[in-house]
Write a protein that binds this ligand. Sequence first.
Ligand SMILES: [Zn+2]
Length: 237
Amino acid sequence: MIDFGVLLDVQDHDTRAEQVRHRRASLPQRNELARIGAELATLETAEAEVSARRHELARQEKRFEDEAALVEAKAASENRRLYSGEITNPKELQAIEVEIASLKRRQTELEDEAILLMEQIEPVDGELAALDDRMAALRTAQTAATEELAAAEAEADAELVTVLDERAALATSLDADLLATYERVQAQLRGVAVSRLVGNTCDGCHLALSAVELDRVKREPPGVLVYHEECGRILVR
Ligand SMILES: [Zn+2]
């Protein structure tokens, strides 16, 4: 006698195992992590670009500051010469005074340029801070989603172990040939291998059997396996 009840129970466990595998593969945290990863990559590119802009502005600012310092040193040196007492020629002294005044003006111009650049750097620093804040929030969300995913995966794994253990126990009580046939049909159909005959309809493919086929199926003794010709499933009468 073929125990179709156990066979259907085995199939039910296979279906549940497949559902658990599918659920594990499509956990929402996977999409969430992909979304966070993509946004982080975009922000990292933006941060690199803004950092490069800031670096260039700071380089220019330093150039003006260095040049201002050189001009200031030159003015101080001229000032020392002016009061050293070594130079007594009034025309030469006057020329030095003119030179010092010119150097002071140049120093002020250079310092003003440096201030302008500092003012340009300020909003760039604001941009960088905003990017850093957003990335820190994303990394926190990433950590949380990673932990949630691991927990959901562990839950699915535990459920799968239970379902497969139960399935293995059921399979041992099934005739080995019948189990092999079931698994072969299951592999061919990539899914449900056993279906019930409900009235004249196969509940696996939902097609009605022809009168001739229905007659053939009903004539077979209960111990003989019959298949639905249309879909290839084992029919439970
Ligand atoms: Zn069918």
